[in-house]
Design a protein around this ligand. Structure first.
Ligand code: FES
Length: 121
């Protein structure tokens, strides 16, 4: 069985869903709340975070100078904090929260159903 499926979105952008876990229960077991885990999907480094209420996926390189965000932390406001210069990015919106002139996170879609737990890139 393939671990990825490709869909066309209404904007004609192509999203490929990559299966990271067989179920959401396995994702929850592997990923403790506020833990950041890195996956490599088709040469793309993707960070996955679980909060108390949701999962978030985003490009793992910090938009500032490229530090690995999986080495950072997730604070109580559901922001990922870069370990190098401590810029903060909202997990919900991707926006930089420290008032710096910096690009936002590149976010990816997460979905899970009876077929497994997927990230769309
Ligand atoms: S490299 Fe992440 S804040 Fe500078």
């Amino acid at each position: 069985m393939p671990n990825s499926l490709t869909f066309q979105t209404s904007s004609m952008a192509s999203i490929t869903w990559h299966k990271l876990y067989p179920s959401v229960a396995e994702a929850e077991t592997d990923l403790k709340p506020r833990m950041i885990k890195r996956f490599v999907i088709e040469d793309l480094k993707v960070a996955l975070v679980r909060t108390e209420s949701s999962f978030y996926a985003f490009r793992e390189a910090c938009p500032h100078l490229g530090e690995s965000l999986h080495k950072g932390l997730v604070n109580a406001w559901d922001e990922v904090v870069c370990p190098l210069h401590f810029y903060r990015f909202s997990l919900r919106t991707g926006e930089e929260q420290s008032g710096k002139n910096c690009s936002d996170l590149t976010q990816y879609l997460v979905k899970y159903d009876e077929k497994g737990f997927f990230v769309g890139v």
